[in-house]
Design a protein around this ligand. Structure first.
Ligand code: XMP
Length: 495
C-alpha cells in the first residue's frame, strides 16, 4: 500500500485516484497519524500532499518528522515538498513571483521519477512559496523559468520533491512520474483489483459477523441479512414500488419495507433551511430505522454503504471537519447511543470502483448504473417549503426528464440528471391567458466521483423537447431553465 498524508490540498483525492488506477492500494490519512500506526501499516511509499498553508504559518499542518528516517521512499508534492525541505534543514521562502497554471519544466535528469519524460514538458503549478536552498544530500532534477528548484531528490534516502502537481492531468507526464515512483522507487505490485477486494472483504465480513444477524451484505452472510427500506415520502415517482420489484427480482434478499411518509413530512413542516432539512431527515430516519431493527431478533450489526469521499471529507487536514460543505449523515451522523455495530465494507472505495465491484459480484446493470440519489431525497431539490403539492409537481417533472434522458440513451453517460423546484413564480401566457406559476430548473452533470462535475452540454433541441413536455404535461409549471454551472464553484445539488 501507499500512504498519502493529507495536508489539505484540493487535489488529494486525485492523488489517491491516480495511485489506484495503477492497481495499487492507497489510503489517505491526516497529518497527525501516529508514527507507530504508520509502521504498522507498513506502506511501500509515502506521499505528502500539497496544501493551502505556508510552512511558516503557526498552524500549518505537520506530520511526525521521523517519517523521513523509516527507510520508506517519500514523495512530497508542493506543500509536501516544502515541508520535507524545511524539516530536513533547507530553506523555503515566499516566491518572488507566484506561479499558477502551466509552466514549462526543464528536466535535468531523465531518470528516477523522470524516466521516459521529455526534457521539456508541461507541468501544472499552484504555489506562493518555493524552495531556496536544499538540505544536504539533495540535488535539483528539474526547473522552470520562475522556479529553480521545481524537482529534487535525495538519491540515497529515496526522498523526492515535486513543486508542481503530477496528479492533475494538466501535467502532461504526471502519470509517468507517479508510475515511476510507485513501481521503480517503491517496488509496488499491481494487486489492487475489485476481484481481490471482493474476495478479501467477503472473508473479512464473515469473520466479523460470524452467525449474528446483520442488516446488509448478502453475499457474505446470506440469510443472516435483513434489509430495511424506509419510504420517507421524499422519493421519486413510484420509486419505492419500482425498487421493491427490482430488488426482489434481481436479489433474493430479505427486505422489510417501512412506510413513514407522514412522519417525515410532519417533521419538515415549514422548514426551509437546507442543513435543518438534512438534520431532521437524518434523525427521523434513524428513529424509524432503529424501531424496525429492534423487531429483528439478534440484529447486532448495521451495514452502511459509506464511500471513501464521505470519510475523506469529514476528516480535514486540520483535525476536524473544518470544511464541511454539506452534512452527509453516514459519517458522524449516527446516534451516539446506537447499539448496532457498524460494518462499512465500501468505505475505502470510490463510486466508480464500487460499480466495478458490483459487476464483479454479478449485480444487474440496472442496479449498478442507477444514478446517485441523495439521502434527503427530493427535500433538497425543493427549494423552500416542502408540501405534498410541491412534491407532486417535482415528481412529475422529474419523471418526464428521466424518461427523455433514458429514451435518448444519456442516462448512463450522465453522473446525475434531475429537476429542482424553485421557490419563486414567474409570469407566462397559455391559451391567451396570463399564468403565474412555478419555475423548475434542470440539472445534468458529468463527473467521475462527484468531487468535481461539469454541466452536461445537452443538445439544445433535446432540452427544448424536455421543456415543452414539462410545461404541457405538468400543471403548475410555466417555465423551465437549464443550470449551466460546474462544481466547483457550484455544487451538484442546489441545497
Ligand atoms: P454536492 O451537491 O455536494 O453533491 O455536489 C455531491 C454528491 O452527493 C450527493 N448528496 C448527498 N447524498 N446525502 C446524501 O446521501 C446528502 O445530504 C447529500 N447531498 C448531496 C449528491 O446527489 C451528489 O451525488
Amino acid at each position: 500500500m501507499i500512504l498519502i498524508i493529507d495536508f489539505g490540498s484540493q487535489y488529494n483525492q486525485l492523488i489517491a485516484r491516480r495511485v489506484r488506477e495503477f492497481h495499487v492500494y492507497c489510503q489517505i490519512d491526516p497529518p497527525d497519524i501516529d508514527i507507530d500506526h504508520i509502521k504498522h501499516l507498513n506502506p511501500k511509499g509515502i506521499i505528502l500532499s500539497g496544501g493551502p498553508s505556508s510552512i511558516y504559518e503557526k498552524n500549518s499542518p505537520k506530520c511526525d518528522e521521523s517519517i523521513f528516517n523509516l527507510g520508506i521512499p517519500v514523495l512530497g508534492i508542493c506543500y509536501g515538498m516544502q515541508f520535507m525541505i524545511h524539516t530536513l534543514g533547507g530553506t523555503v521562502k515566499r516566491a518572488q513571483k507566484r506561479e499558477y497554471g502551466f509552466a514549462e519544466l526543464n528536466v535535468k535528469e531523465q531518470k528516477g521519477l523522470f524516466k521516459g519524460v521529455d526534457q521539456k514538458t508541461k507541468s501544472w503549478m499552484s504555489h506562493g512559496d518555493s524552495t531556496e536552498k536544499l538540505p544536504r544530500g539533495f540535488r535539483i532534477t528539474a526547473s522552470t523559468k520562475n522556479t529553480k528548484i521545481a524537482a529534487t531528490v535525495h538519491g540515497k534516502k529515496n526522498l523526492y520533491g515535486l513543486q508542481f502537481h503530477p496528479e492533475v492531468h494538466h501535467t502532461a507526464r504526471g502519470k509517468t512520474m507517479l508510475r515511476n515512483f510507485l513501481f521503480d522507487v517503491c517496488g509496488c505490485k499491481r494487486t489492487w483489483t475489485m476481484k481481490s477486494f471482493a474476495k478479501d472483504s467477503i472473508a473479512q465480513i464473515k469473520q466479523t459477523i460470524e452467525n449474528k444477524k446483520v442488516i446488509l451484505i448478502h453475499k457474505a452472510v446470506g440469510k443472516n441479512l435483513t434489509c430495511i427500506f424506509v419510504d420517507n415520502g421524499l422519493l421519486r415517482k413510484d420509486e419505492a414500488e419500482k425498487l421493491k420489484k427490482r430488488l426482489k427480482q434481481h436479489l433474493e434478499i430479505n427486505i422489510r419495507f417501512v412506510s413513514a411518509k407522514s412522519k417525515f413530512l410532519n417533521a419538515l413542516f415549514k422548514v426551509t433551511d437546507p442543513e435543518k432539512k438534512r438534520k431532521i431527515i437524518g434523525k427521523v430516519f434513524m428513529d424509524v430505522f432503529e424501531a424496525e431493527a429492534r423487531k429483528i431478533k439478534g440484529a447486532d450489526f448495521l451495514a452502511q454503504g459509506t464511500l471513501y469521499p464521505d470519510i475523506i471529507e469529514s476528516q480535514s487536514a486540520f483535525g476536524g471537519p473544518t470544511s464541511v460543505i454539506k452534512s452527509h449523515h453516514n459519517v458522524g451522523g449516527l446516534p451516539k447511543n446506537m447499539k448496532l455495530k457498524l460494518v462499512e465494507p465500501l468505505k475505502h472505495l470510490f463510486k466508480d470502483e464500487v460499480r466495478v465491484l458490483g459487476k464483479e459480484l454479478g449485480l444487474d446493470e440496472t442496479l449498478i448504473w442507477r444514478q446517485p440519489f441523495p439521502g434527503p431525497g427530493l427535500a433538497i431539490r425543493i427549494i423552500g417549503e416542502i408540501t405534498k403539492k410541491r412534491l407532486s409537481i417535482l415528481r412529475n417533472v422529474d419523471d418526464i426528464l428521466l424518461d427523455e434522458i433514458r429514451n435518448v440513451g444519456y442516462y448512463k453517460k450522465l453522473w446525475q440528471s434531475f429537476a429542482v423546484l424553485l421557490p419563486i413564480k414567474s409570469v407566462g401566457v397559455m391559451g391567451d391567458s396570463r399564468t403565474y406559476e412555478n419555475i423548475v430548473a434542470i440539472r445534468a452533470v458529468t463527473s467521475k466521483d462527484a468531487m468535481t462535475a461539469d454541466w452536461a452540454k445537452l443538445p439544445h433541441k433535446f432540452l427544448g423537447n424536455i421543456s415543452n413536455r414539462i410545461i404541457n404535461e405538468v400543471v403548475g409549471v410555466n417555465r423551465v431553465v437549464y443550470d449551466i454551472s460546474s462544481k466547483p464553484p457550484s455544487t451538484i445539488e442546489w441545497e
